[in-house]
Structure formats: C-alpha cells, structure tokens
Design a protein around this ligand. Structure first.
Ligand code: ZN
Length: 311
C-alpha cells in the first residue's frame, strides 16, 4: 500500500523538523549560556599609570580590557605630573591598576588610598621587575624586566576572567617572543659598538646602554639630578659640557621628555659639533606599541653609532 503523496510530504517535513529542532537544541546547550556569555565578553576595567603598561595589558588581554592610560602626552614630563579629578574617577572604577612605583608615580598611590577597594588588583612594575638598577625607576627600559611584568599581568587577567585563561596564556607567549627581537637588537649593537663613549642626559637609558656595552661618560649625579628635576652639581655640568665640547663622546642620547635649560644647551652644543643625537622618550609616543617604540629607538641608536664611528 502506497502512502498518498500529501501524507508523504508531511511525514518527511515532520521528521526533518524534529531532527532540526533536536540538532538546534543540542547546539544551544553546547554553547555558553547567555548569562555567562555577557559576563565573559564584558571588558575588564584597567587603569595604567603609564601608557606603555596600558599597551602591554591590551596586547596580553587580546582587547578584552577597557584601558585608561594616564601618562601618554609626549609633551608632559612624567616626573612632574600631578593627578586630576577624571583620573581619580577612573581609578575608583578600576578592577586592575598598574603603576610603575619606586617614586615614579606616587600620585597613583594617593588615588588608590583615596578609594579603597579590596577586590581591585594593583600591580607595581618596579616591585615585579627582576633586573632593577639602583636609584633608577625606569624599569620598563630594561627589556629583561618585561617577561616578569607580563607574567604578573597575565595572572591578574586570569583571575578577573578565568574563562579566557588559555587565550591569555597564548598572548603571553606571543608577547614574550616579541621581546626576543628587542634583546637580539641590543646584542647586535653590543657586538658592534661595545665600549663606545656616549653622553646621556637622564638615567632612563642606562637600562639599555648597559647591556649594549656603551661607555656612558656623563656623571651619574648629573643624570640623576635631571631625572629628579633638580639642579645638577655645578662640577658635573662642567664635566658633561666638556665631554661634548671635546668630542670625547661619540653620540648624545637625549631624553626629549625631561628637558631643562641645561639639557637644551647640551643638545645645541652637540648639534653644532655634528655629534649625532638619539632622542628617547619616557612614555610611548602616539601610534606605537611598546615593541615598535623600543625597536624604533634601537634602530635610531644603531644608525647614530654607525654615523659617529664610521662603521
Ligand atoms: Zn625619567
């Protein structure tokens, strides 16, 4: 007995419908329920005292964060910064705060104690850094400090968003790999220019000049005073100026963000004598990442050394 054509159609339709419904049902229960989807896709609220930390958090999170970076203006000397109301508000709402510490951003400590929050995670770069120089807060210039800091940031992200732990681990591996290129570049400069005498206006670049093997002739007291916004001792100013005037130094590594009449004078003197000048900055310039910023500066340094030494 044959089934009438119409009945056959409806039977097929029902079977397909049941199959599709159950398939859909299975798919629905297999994916994340709506409630946890919304919570896991919500951005983590981060405040970074300095924009390079903000950039690194973004890279490590894969953009699962909403970052407010406080120090990002290339025309502002971070050593002289004072906070304001919008900054205080951002800090009060943050789930994760990253500051440099070691006296570099004491304004952040004040903002944190003004809005106590026991569930907020606070990371302090200088306390995590495992290659810190004495009396030198600029730990982010030490490429070898960054793996430990990235590790700590990743641990914090995993605490705040456990559902994406494996993504964060992958991003950490990628980030660490990108640091290897910077370390290689520093090694390359060391191999070629080790022992080259250089001038430095501020302590910031010691973190790279040391592994590059450069011979920094500028008195440390001079560099420290410029960093701290103090007048350098008179004899150190004379010595630093003479080293440039006599061309004892091959290049001048110049902190463009911590400028005083004394550093400007030094820069002009170097310019007049055709001593190559390598500008370096405290914070990350606009449009760069931590890695492209550091690599561009390293390339500029390498170029200046090549010009100055003729090889
Ligand atoms: Zn500085």
């Amino acid at each position: 007995m044959s089934i009438p054509r119409r009945a056959s159609f409806w039977l097929t339709f029902c079977i397909i419908s049941i199959f599709l419904l159950s398939a859909c049902g299975g798919a629905t229960s297999g994916t994340t329920p709506p409630s946890s989807t919304s919570s896991s896709s919500a951005a983590i609220n981060v405040v970074a005292a300095e924009n390079f930390y903000g950039d690194i958090v973004k890279q490590l999170s894969g953009n699962r964060v909403a970052v407010t970076s406080i120090l990002s203006d290339p025309d502002i000397d971070p050593h002289e910064y004072t906070s304001n109301v919008p900054t205080a508000l951002a800090v009060s709402k943050a789930q994760l705060v990253i500051e440099n510490g070691d006296g570099y951003d004491t304004w952040m400590d004040k903002l944190l104690s003004a809005s106590p929050n026991s569930s907020r995670i606070v990371l302090v770069g200088a306390n995590i850094a495992d290659h810190k120089l004495p009396d030198n807060a600029h730990i982010w210039y030490g490429i070898n400090n960054m793996p430990a800091i990235a590790q700590a940031i990743t641990a914090a992200l995993k605490k705040l968003d456990a559902a994406h732990a494996s993504t964060f681990d992958n991003n950490l591996a990628t980030f660490k790999q990108s640091l290897v290129l910077l370390e290689q570049k520093i090694q390359e400069i060391n191999t070629k220019y080790k022992g080259t005498p250089v001038a430095l206006t501020e302590t910031i670049y010691l973190y790279q000049a040391n592994p590059e093997g450069l011979d920094v002739l500028t008195p440390l007291e001079f560099q420290k005073a410029i960093a701290e916004g103090n007048d350098p001792p008179a004899n150190t100013v004379v010595e630093t100026n003479n080293q440039v005037a006599k061309k004892d130094v091959k290049i001048l590594i110049y902190n463009v963000q911590t400028v005083t009449p004394i550093t400007t004078n030094l820069q002009n003197q170097a310019k007049n004598l055709n001593i190559p000048i390598v500008p370096v900055s405290e914070t990350m310039p606009p449009g760069k990442t931590y890695q492209t910023w550091m690599m561009d500066q390293l390339n500029a340094l390498q170029q200046a050394l090549a010009t100055a030494t003729g090889h």
